[in-house]
Design a protein around this ligand. Structure first.
Ligand code: FAD
Length: 446
């Protein structure tokens, strides 16, 4: 047996894991444990389950979807090239369509029935009801065989050298060791990677914290227009800084999001500042004319920590329109029309950590590349690839870095992922800009 494979299960006596395991009576081993039920984690869990693997999805909150649902970031950024060609397919397309199957949407009519026949500047982008979709995700994943534990935080991985034996969770039952053959870190903050000693990159966050405000006016407008989504009007909050850091207040630090103290300071400051704005509103319009309809139930932090992987996704003139031999998905730039990229497999794994994968916000990236890779559609696609890679590593009995990339790509293509974009989509002159002429800000605070 290849001793770096995920199936190499012999373990030394008397490790910390044994202690926890014996103390708690042990839990059953899963083929794949996915830590974190954001959209990346949901995609990873679903893909591994669809390949016949036993999958446990651990989520510390009470609903699935992560930032996209409980974090109130209920907007799929554009999934097309800005000229009418869809780029993000696979589970990104499946999840977008699911998210608007029951609740409201803002999908342009051009995209209602799939890719439009004629070129268009209308982008494939939509809002959705975060709470309805959160429940739909739980229903879908359960129906497809993923076991889900809510209110169950991963406290730490249990390591045997650089191989993960499983994770210790903290739930109502206390600490529990849960063994797994492969672990996918989809916590968004690289919680498991960091504890496993995997190299990571970190970045501070601008001051963003947005709620949904309902007013008598927004309710009247919703009734008049027959659009329930209009009740919430626009985002309302204290930190309204965009992803470029424009108008970052000089007296506010960049938030790391990596300690309870830092997250708490971020939340308390934003709560205080938001209450200040509400007091001003009350003075102007009268108490009882508005309410905070929804508050984000997780910190709205974009980039905290990500893997420093076998490959790093970068944004620039040298990477735009470039084919990557080990691509796991083609993605578009949500801010700049035409820009196309491919995401190397090495962004979700690191050689030397044989049974650990990541996806979503913690996939390996740098600079503005991190912003392009972390948003909802690419996060779903790296999640889908992580689930597929986990299944393949188990089938081939290899370390995750050593799976047969051609097989991985073929399987993803069979599941409708665009692994390589067609050359015909590369615009003449290969235009590239950053916040320049082709800058196409879509609605929202990405
Ligand atoms: C302010 C802001 C605006 C944004 N705007 C947009 C936008 O308009 N459109 C867009 O497409 N994207 C946007 N994004 C990005 C997008 O929301 C996320 O990057 C995307 O949803 C990727 O999610 P993820 O699954 O990787 O991580 P997350 O959504 O963060 O999911 C991580 C999940 O793991 C859980 N978790 C964390 N730690 C643990 C643990 N130890 N144990 C168990 N569970 C754990 C969390 O509760 C959460 O459910 C924005 C992000 C921010 C912060």
């Amino acid at each position: 047996m290849n001793d770096t494979s995920p199936n190499a299960a012999e373990t030394p006596e008397g490790t910390e894991a044994d202690v926890v395991c014996h103390a708690r009576g042990g839990a059953r081993e899963f083929d794949v444990i996915v830590a974190g039920g954001g959209l990346a984690g949901c995609a990873a869990a679903l893909q591994a389950a669809r390949r016949g693997k036993s999958v446990l999805l651990l989520e510390k909150s009470n609903a699935l979807g992560g930032l996209a649902t409980i974090g109130l970031i209920n907007l799929f950024v554009p999934m097309c090239n800005g000229l009418g060609k869809q780029i993000c397919f696979g589970m990104a397309d499946e999840f977008l369509r699911d998210s608007i199957a029951l609740g409201y949407d803002t999908l342009p009519p051009e995209w209602r029935d799939g890719e439009p026949a004629a070129p268009t500047h209308a982008r494939l982008v939509t809002r959705f009801s975060p709470w309805i979709y959160a429940m739909q995700l739980g229903e879908k994943l359960s129906a497809e065989g993923v076991e889900i534990l809510f209110d169950c935080a991963v406290a730490q991985p249990v390591m045997d050298g650089s191989r993960v034996r499983g994770v210790v969770t903290l739930g109502k039952e206390g600490l529990r060791f849960r063994p797994a053959r492969i672990v996918v870190d989809a916590t968004g903050d690289a919680d498991i990677l960091r504890a496993a000693g995997t190299p990571v990159r970190t970045r501070g966050n601008y001051h963003t914290w947005l709620t949904y405000l309902a007013t008598l006016e927004s309710c009247a407008r919703a009734a008049e227009e027959g659009r329930i989504g209009a009740v919430y009007g626009s985002h309302f909050g204290a930190g309204t800084v965009n992803l470029y850091g424009d108008e970052q207040p000089a007296d506010v630090p960049l938030w790391s999001g990596l300690t309870a103290e830092n997250v708490s300071a971020y939340l308390l400051r934003n709560h205080r500042e938001t209450l200040g704005k509400l007091r001003a509103l009350a003075a102007e319009r009268g108490r009882g004319t508005f309410d905070i309809a929804q508050i984000p139930m997780m910190p709205q932090l974009r980039t905290t920590a990500c893997l420093d992987g076998d490959a790093v996704f970068r944004y620039g003139e040298d990477t735009v329109y470039r084919h990557e031999p080990d691509s796991i998905c083609a993605i578009n730039d949500f801010e700049h029309r035409c820009h196309l990229f491919e995401v190397p497999y090495g962004t979700i794994c690191r050689r030397g950590w044989p049974n650990l994968l990541t996806a979503g916000r913690s996939a390996s990236a740098d600079g503005f590349g991190w912003d392009v890779l972390r948003v909802i559609p690419p996060a779903i696609l790296t999640g889908q690839a992580a689930g597929e890679a986990a299944a393949l590593a188990l089938d081939e009995n290899r370390a995750v870095s050593d799976v047969t990339v051609g097989t991985l790509q073929r399987r993803l293509e069979e599941d409708r992922v665009m692994v390589h974009f067609p050359d015909s989509y590369i615009p003449e002159g290969r235009p590239f800009s950053f916040r320049g002429a082709t800058h196409q800000s879509a609605p929202g605070h990405f």
